[in-house]
Design a protein around this ligand. Sequence first.
Ligand code: FDP
Length: 294
Amino acid sequence: MNLKEHLGDHILSPTILALAEAVKGISQAVKTADMGKVGTMNSSGEEQIAIDVQADEILRKMAEACDQVGLLASEEMEGEDKVGEGEYAICHDPLDGSSLFDVNLSVGTIVGIYKTNSFIGVKGDDQVGAFVAVYGPRTTIFFTLRDGVNEFTLIDSEFVMTKENIKVAEEGKMFAPGNLRACSERKDYLKLVNYWCENQYRLRYSGGMVPDINHILIKGMGVFAYPGYGDQPNGKLRLLYECAPMALLMEEAGGSASDGQNRVLEIVVKDLHQRTPIFVGSKMEVQRCKDFLA
Ligand code: FDP
């Protein structure tokens, strides 16, 4: 079944189809983009590479052209922009995993979809959908419109369903330990990492949130962790652009996502670039993180 057939007359069909078209453009750009830095910074002071800028532009054009979209925010932008009269709002990390780009590892795009006229004050729970693209040897997308998670693969210019109703098991011995540097100060995180090692968990860590969480969804178990420490107590990952969409996808697949105390989806966005620690994946594995890090 192709994407259009799957979406049928769903109210958000135009937005998802527009996002899928944008992904085709980004997928092509990923193959040809210059690997160098472009000398500009994003709003968080991180140096941009050409593909960050290109992917951001492709998604902006998509948002401006899509009648359903009225508001846009991006990890690469300072604020939120009115881009049309539509009642939906999209926020995105156009190219997650930029530091993996020059070494030819998988990167991705993460999108949250809301019905709002400002992202300030929303919670991840307010999302009407979440959408992710993975640019690996194949280009895949997976998304939810709060009715489960399905994967589609780009084959001959068309997205074709390759995995239906993705489910994540209650537990599973696979770990993706982000920010291991935190172990230098956080003995609780070191103990958790030791627990994973001593109990023969399988390490699957790529350094990119998108492929790491895609791995959990496709294999159907495991946990991805990114705690904070020191002068970055909330870690590095953004609530609006990265963690909230991933949390919705994981919950829709039967898993969970926590900041160590709260459901990620219940955290209120007070700042567009707000960061949060995250533990996401199989429910019992997330609970174990909470227990170790309490
Ligand atoms: P990147 O900086 O390469 O864009 O949020 C961005 C992210 O990658 C995630 O994809 C990844 O999980 C995390 O940062 C890795 O961070 P560090 O290796 O810097 O700890």
